[in-house]
Ligand binder design. Structure first.
Ligand SMILES: Nc1ncnc2c1ncn2[C@@H]1O[C@H](COP(=O)(O)OP(=O)(O)OP(=O)(O)O)[C@@H](O)[C@H]1O
Ligand SMILES: [Mg+2]
Length: 309
């Protein structure tokens, strides 16, 4: 089974207006509501590939109910820990011409120590050897940067395989717990290591620092430039096929989804990178929060170029 974990999910509400005008009441031309969460995005990509997954995380209040219903409607099974606070709502205000936007993210509800323990116990009860676990996104208020590391230790102990996609101190401490794979983008690698990440040589040096911290394998995603995979057996560069970019937000989550899908089919890590690239590109080519279809991912996969460095 594949599990995805989103600790600080959100309802994403997008309002479209004709023009930004401050200090006035503006009518919304359209509005839409989406489920927001990096682990959920991974589950959605897996669903596109025809592979089930179970989404875990903290949810609360009406927004939490809305999230559960939204994920079910998208075909994603859930096994949440209910918290007393209300799941956050993030609001985007975009112009019809797409020339301006405002995005306001709530911090998210405080998650108590007791709820954190409930989730750890749930993970310990579910974890089985050979299962795949994707841990993605930021941690909510009240949860320390060591939380992902604690989860990874539980999962490693049971022989489950962990993929971590987070940033900052959570990523650093997460690496120390020896996850199978981490997938930062170049900016996140720079924030963590303080090293330059402008050339492939610099990226390789910086990725090696994450492996020295403890991550077993590192994929650094580079947007339309593709990605770099750094492992104990070597380093590979993958070039992304050219696409007409519509919305690259969430491409990294789709990349993680494509990689875990491929790994769960028994493919080697460098082959999984090709599926990750194709999945990221397929999602970046779509507008809004849509994720790539299996058909588009398979077509793009044929055009991925992979070479050892
Ligand atoms: N414009 C693009 N053209 C082709 N491929 C793209 C494009 N944008 C993203 N991709 C693919 O998706 C992968 C992940 O994208 P990116 O590096 O932007 O992730 P990210 O910064 O983690 O994004 P997010 O956290 O918003 O999901 C890239 O490695 C690449 O293969
Ligand atoms: Mg990302």
């Amino acid at each position: 089974m594949i599990y995805t974990l989103t600790l600080n999910p959100a309802i994403d509400r997008e309002l479209t207006i004709t023009e930004v005008q401050f200090d006035s009441v503006l009518p919304a031309v359209h509005s839409r509501v989406d489920v927001g969460g990096k682990g959920f995005n991974v589950s959605r990509l897996l669903w596109s590939m025809g592979t089930p997954s179970i989404a875990l995380g903290f949810v609360g209040g009406n927004a939490g109910d809305q999230l559960s219903a939204g994920l079910q409607a998208l075909g994603v099974a859930t096994d949440f820990v209910a918290i007393s606070g209300e799941t956050r709502t993030n609001v985007s205000i975009v112009t019809e011409r797409h020339d301006h936007y405002l995005k306001v993210n709530e911090k998210g509800p405080l998650v108590s120590e007791a709820s954190q323990q409930v989730l750890l116990d749930k993970i310990a009860a579910l974890a089985q050897a050979g299962d795949w676990w994707v841990l993605a996104g930021s941690v909510p208020p009240g949860v320390s940067a060591s939380y992902y590391a604690r989860i990874i230790k539980i999962l490693n102990h049971r022989g489950a395989v962990c993929i971590l996609d987070t940033t900052g101190e959570s990523l650093r401490q997460g690496c120390e717990a020896r996850p199978f794979l981490v997938k930062p983008n170049a900016q996140e690698v720079h924030w963590l290591t303080g090293l330059p990440v402008d050339t492939l040589d610099q990226l390789t040096v910086a990725a090696a620092v994450l492996r020295d911290l403890g991550a077993q394998n590192v994929v650094v995603s580079l947007g339309k430039e593709g990605a770099l995979l750094h492992t104990a057996d070597g380093t590979w560069q993958a070039q992304s096929p050219r696409i007409q970019e519509k919305n690259p937000i969430g491409a990294g989550d789709s990349m993680v989804g494509g990689m875990v899908w491929s790994l769960s089919q028994g493919h080697a890590l460098k082959d999984a990178l090709g599926w990750g690239i194709a999945s990221g590109a397929a999602t970046a080519a779509l507008s809004g929060t849509a994720v790539g279809t299996r058909e588009s991912i398979e077509a793009l996969h044929q055009r991925v170029e992979l070479k050892p460095l």
